[in-house]
Design a protein around this ligand. Structure first.
Ligand code: ATP
Length: 236
């Protein structure tokens, strides 16, 4: 389990200021949600935390340590793992091969990897049935499960999830949120970006609302669900 602290993060695309000094706290072992409209800067925030976007200003601290000098692939080794928007699985590889890729950077014993694979397949029983199938032929929900399973094979201490419920039927959305809670119970800290604000706030202990690159509201998930501003803007 890791904690994440983001301090006054600023990111720009040329002259467009996508993040204007956002600060977030994700305590160890918790689920934190980041919600907001399209273009608010949620994906940019996750990419900056992973080191995939340069910072114009601010700091990212993992367990209290400034990780500015740590390149993205080494952040994965530190336990900071992202499941990107749109899944990005390897469509021409099988489910088993995609899961193995998740553990690519680990130096682990075969028996340890097998135990982790068993844990992932317990979280996602559907994947067990489809280990030999080409991933590109999976349904959208199965691809999301595979992307999350592959990330779990990297042994994250902090998992960043970018819109895991996007484009999924309601029944699968419920399943994905249940799995996020199950992953957290296994001892993984979660930062969850979601367009489905209501469900994200329901499972999150703490949450932040982003608007035009700024944090406009924060609090417990329960308090934000009850807040008039959030209800009007996001929950209808
Ligand atoms: P969405 O839910 O649509 O992904 P978001 O909250 O994740 O939205 P971002 O994708 O982080 O928002 O975008 C934040 C701002 O940065 C937007 O104004 C967007 O147009 C801009 N932006 C994002 N990516 C780029 C890019 N590669 N080049 C230029 N501007 C970008």
């Amino acid at each position: 389990m890791s904690s994440l602290q983001v301090e006054e993060l600023c990111v720009a695309y040329g002259k467009i200021q996508a993040l204007r000094g956002i600060s977030l706290q994700v305590p160890s072992g918790r689920i934190c949600a980041l919600v907001g409209a399209n273009g608010a800067g949620k994906t940019t925030a996750l990419n900056a935390i992973c080191g995939l976007r340069p910072l114009v200003g601010g700091r990212v601290l993992l367990d209290g340590r400034d990780i500015a000098a740590v390149p993205p692939h080494d952040r994965v080794t530190l336990g900071l793992v992202q499941v990107p928007e749109g899944r990005r699985i390897f469509g021409r590889l099988t489910v088993a091969e995609n899961l193995a890729m998740g553990a690519f950077r680990r130096r682990a014993m075969r028996s340890e990897l097998q135990a982790d694979l068993d844990e992932v397949l317990t979280l996602f029983p559907r994947l067990r049935e489809r280990m030999a199938q080409l991933s590109g032929t999976l349904s959208g929900g199965e691809q999301q499960m595979l992307a999350m399973g592959r990330a779990m094979m990297a042994k994250p201490s902090l998992l960043l999830l970018d819109e895991p419920s996007m484009g999924l039927a309601p029944r699968l959305v419920d399943q994905i949120f249940e799995t996020v809670t199950a992953i957290n119970r296994l001892g993984v800290t979660v930062l969850l970006v979601e367009q489905n604000a209501f469900m994200a706030l329901e499972i999150a202990e703490t949450a932040y609302v982003l608007q035009s690159g700024e944090v406009v509201l924060s609090g417990t998930g329960a308090a934000l669900i009850d807040s008039e501003a959030v209800q009007e803007a996001y929950l209808g």
